[in-house]
Design a protein around this ligand. Structure first.
Ligand SMILES: C[S@@+](CC[C@H](N)C(=O)[O-])C[C@H]1O[C@@H](n2cnc3c(N)ncnc32)[C@H](O)[C@@H]1O
Length: 412
């Protein structure tokens, strides 16, 4: 019992820590500017809401406040969360401590800005003007009795007023966070981990073209600031000259329903025959044919750029395909847990791991399976009725869009 509750606490602590990642200014700037390139009026006349954030310390706040006039915003609303470890570090508001009693951590507030003027008279408008303006205008902020939780009544009221929500929300609440945006029919630009693609709450939105990847982050990792107390035991961390801690996080993506140019770029592809002859991937080049799944009527395409241009059936591609997904070129039909697409269900499976350890499992049914002639030496495999199978990592099922056009009788 004791061990169990200890585990839970560790889990909770881990989840809490994972939520305190602060986005860098340059990552926000690059992403927002990509939408402006596509449509300079993306934010014009709009109410932008940054929740799960920190006015003044967050770079979301700083970017939108500093560029308020350039973007043509109608209003910027930002809410913080009770106990934020960074609130007040650069600009302290009285509201942070009001009614705090013995509590040291700042209380949640909302800040609303409807104009940014040259307050310091230096001939330009920027973040220093916003700082002065906020100091001089206490009416621009209010305490949030609901603690700044994005699900609290006050925050939902602010959400309702908003046109576009932009933030990096707590990853541990990502499903709920996205569901709320969709429920309220909001436009959004948010940061999340790409593994969320196959969440059952998220995938249907991607499939229905109601949610897609952003423009500027496609691979590798991104650096986020973390609170001072954050233990630096992960790979890829640094402390800057001011003692501020940063860690590099893998699998980060922008998620949005704002249109942008990149998703209308056509992915250049070779025919199946040319891929088999000339592909840069050793897994494809020289093969007689693409592998076919044993439990789905689809071929295995292990790399997005190896998608054959002339295959009309279903293709299983890695989830990173979404970084290049153009909805005019392809159609998404499901992912490896779209059980209705399954053509075969396995009964008893023996899993043999890399060390040769055997166990009875059912998980071959939870992914795409490929039958192989012999037991592979260097990877986990499965035995069903004396036949050998391997399972591929997460896959999305896609098909060339011309297929649908042909079925509808339209030309392209
Ligand atoms: C990933 S951090 C990002 C912070 C900031 N938006 C940024 O990108 O720099 C998520 C933030 O959400 C806050 N948070 C956690 N749970 C929350 C909740 N239920 N409602 C609102 N904010 C929450 C955390 O305290 C944290 O500051």
């Amino acid at each position: 019992m004791k061990a169990k509750s200890l585990n839970r606490n560790l889990g909770a602590a881990k989840a809490a820590k994972q939520d305190e990642f602060y986005t860098q200014y340059v990552d926000i700037q690059k992403e927002v500017e990509a939408y402006l390139e596509f449509d300079p009026d993306t934010f014009r006349g709009k109410v932008v809401y940054c929740n799960c954030d920190d006015p003044f310390e967050s770079n979301f706040f700083k970017y939108f406040a500093a560029n308020f006039n350039k973007l043509g915003l109608k209003k910027l609303v930002t809410t913080s969360y009770d106990g934020s470890p960074i609130a007040g570090a650069q600009l302290t508001f009285g509201e942070y401590v009001e009614g705090n009693g013995k509590r040291q951590k700042p209380k949640a507030i909302a800040v609303e800005i409807e104009e940014v003027k040259d307050v310091n008279g230096d001939g330009a408008t920027g973040i220093e003007d916003v700082k002065l303006f906020l100091k001089q205008n206490p009416h621009t902020r209010k305490r949030l009795a609901g603690g700044g939780d994005f699900r609290s009544t006050e925050c939902v009221e602010l959400l309702k007023q908003a046109d576009i929500v932009v933030t990096n929300p707590p990853f541990s609440l990502f499903r709920e966070y996205v569901a709320q945006l969709v429920e309220h029919g909001k436009k959004f630009l948010i940061i999340g981990n790409m593994q969320a693609i196959t969440y059952k709450e998220v995938f249907p939105l991607i499939k229905a073209d109601r949610l897609w990847m952003g423009v500027t982050i496609h691979s590798g990792d991104r650096e986020f600031r973390v609170p001072d107390h954050y233990p630096l035991n992960a790979a890829g961390w640094r402390v800057d000259e001011n003692g501020v801690k940063y860690i590099r996080v893998k699998g980060v993506r922008w998620w949005t329903n704002l249109d942008h140019g990149r998703r209308h770029e056509k992915l250049p592809l070779m025919t199946m025959e040319d891929n088999l002859r000339f592909s840069k991937h050793k897994e494809i080049k020289g093969k007689a044919a693409y592998d076919r799944y044993d439990n789905y009527d689809a071929i295995e395409v292990p790399f997005t750029d190896a998608t054959p241009s002339d295959f009309d059936g279903l293709m299983g591609v890695p989830i990173s395909f979404l970084d290049r997904y153009n909805p005019d070129q392809f159609e998404i039909l499901g992912y490896e847990k779209s059980y209705h697409l399954q053509t075969r269900k396995y009964d008893i499976q023996v899993q043999v791991d890399k060390s040769g350890k055997k166990s009875n499992v059912t998980k071959l049914n939870d992914g795409v399976a490929i039958r192989v002639d012999r037991a592979p030496a260097d990877q986990t495999y499965y035995i069903v009725d004396g036949e050998y199978y391997i399972q591929q990592y997460k896959r999305i099922f896609i098909r060339h869009r011309r297929h649908t056009r042909a079925a509808r009788g339209t030309k392209k």
